[in-house]
Design a protein around this ligand. Structure first.
Ligand SMILES: *Cc1c(COP(=O)(O)O)cnc(C)c1O
Length: 374
């Protein structure tokens, strides 16, 4: 008689799923919100300023059609995205968050026996997507701690990890959880030197937050390269994480093949409306970007002033080295309502990932940190 427990169902699952562990969301923030009057939520890289006010108006307006299915093609949003990026709408695929698209890329292009390459300390979804597809992960060692871009992607090890069996390479640029980025020349070198048969996925979830001159989007750098896919999201700079919408830009043929597995109504009508609206409010995006850059610099400086090493970041979070005391510090901060993201799952247990909050949130974080470390 089967036990019908997790182990039993896992034994019935496909080989890739059998070995898989579910995505770890960090903390149960919902339960914590119920228990605590106020929280400083710095665990999920959300945008604390919220979206353009036009998003709310668009969502309210879209509510009268909630009994109807959404546009299965998301045509109006694609037109707006096409204008924003100067590409044909046929090169855009929408996803229920870019997480869905990252998973689907592996589902479509990597099978058991195929290799997928990504960097050590690369975004956790790359490993999930690879395993779920039953493909073989080839993890490229990251740059050392002492490098100019500590723990960042190493183009040499990434290239060396590519084999004839490699179907996909995932790189997040800038990367989560390190915050580091590949400069223009390194990214160009990776794209130029990789075999043309390999599909290179550049996850640019934080692209809108990057402001250093040596950062370049693969959209501008590799616009002519058919094997390069860029994923973007509305969850971070556009502050629509709760509505779940992301997109990819790739060759028309790749989009056509991915369409074969896309769930017909994967992006809901409220998300479609809100995303269209926020794309029209470039002032809000610029304002939010500036606040983030300002607070990111201030937070980094404040942590460093306390003797805490902080990695360079072009995102809306920083990776801070709290050392052996990390679990104790994180737990004590949690008692004070301040949520950071533990990094044990990434093999970085002496680091903590801290989202860049508002000026007030960062002040509360630093105050709590000073109490805890006193
Ligand atoms: C947050 C994040 C995403 C975005 O996920 P969504 O599913 O679009 O919310 C993608 N990649 C990286 C590296 C991220 O940090």
């Amino acid at each position: 008689m089967p036990t019908y427990d997790e182990a039993w169902f896992a034994s019935r699952a496909t080989p890739g799923i059998r070995a898989l562990k579910a995505y770890d969301p960090g903390h149960d923030v919902v339960a914590m919100r119920e228990r605590t009057q106020w929280l400083v939520e710095l665990g999920s890289n959300e945008n604390p300023y919220g979206p353009s006010p036009q998003a709310r108006a668009a969502v309210l307006d879209a509510l009268h059609l909630m009994h109807r299915y959404p546009d299965p093609r998301g045509a109006a949003l694609k037109v707006k995205l096409a204008e924003t990026h100067g590409v044909a709408p046929s090169r855009i695929l929408l996803g229920n968050g870019s997480h869905e698209l990252l998973m689907q890329l592996a589902q479509v292009f990597a099978a058991p026996g195929d290799d997928v390459v990504y960097s050590q300390y690369g975004f956790a979804v790359f490993a999930l997507a690879t395993r779920a597809a039953g493909a073989n992960a080839r993890v490229a060692p990251a740059l050392p701690d002492a490098a100019a871009m500590p723990l960042g992607h190493d183009v040499d090890t990434l290239l060396a990890a590519i084999t004839p069996a490699t179907k996909l390479v995932y790189v997040a640029n800038p990367n989560n959880p390190t915050g580091t980025w590949l400069d223009r020349d390194s990214l160009r070198r990776l794209i130029d030197a990789a075999p043309r048969e390999v599909i290179i996925v550049v996850d640019e979830a934080y692209a809108e937050m990057a402001d250093v001159p040596d950062y370049a989007s693969a959209l501008t750098l590799a616009a002519h390269r058919g094997n390069v896919v860029v994923t973007r999201t509305f969850s971070k700079a556009y502050a629509l994480a709760g509505l779940r919408c992301g997109y990819l830009i790739a060759a028309e043929g790749l989009v056509a093949v991915m369409e074969r597995v896309r769930e017909s109504f994967n992006v809901n009508s409220l998300a479609l409306a809100a995303c269209q609206a926020v794309l029209g409010d470039v002032e809000h995006l610029a304002w939010s970007r500036e606040r983030n850059a300002e607070q990111r610099a201030a937070l980094r400086a404040a942590l460093q002033a306390r003797g805490i090493p902080v990695l360079p970041s072009q995102t809306n979070f920083v990776l801070a080295h709290l050392g052996d005391a990390t679990p104790a510090v994180e737990a004590a901060l949690l008692d004070r309502g301040v949520i950071l993201r533990p990094m044990g799952g990434y093999g970085l247990p002496t680091y903590s990932r801290i989202a860049v909050g508002t000026a007030d949130e960062n002040r509360l974080l630093l105050k709590a940190l000073d109490e805890v470390r006193a």
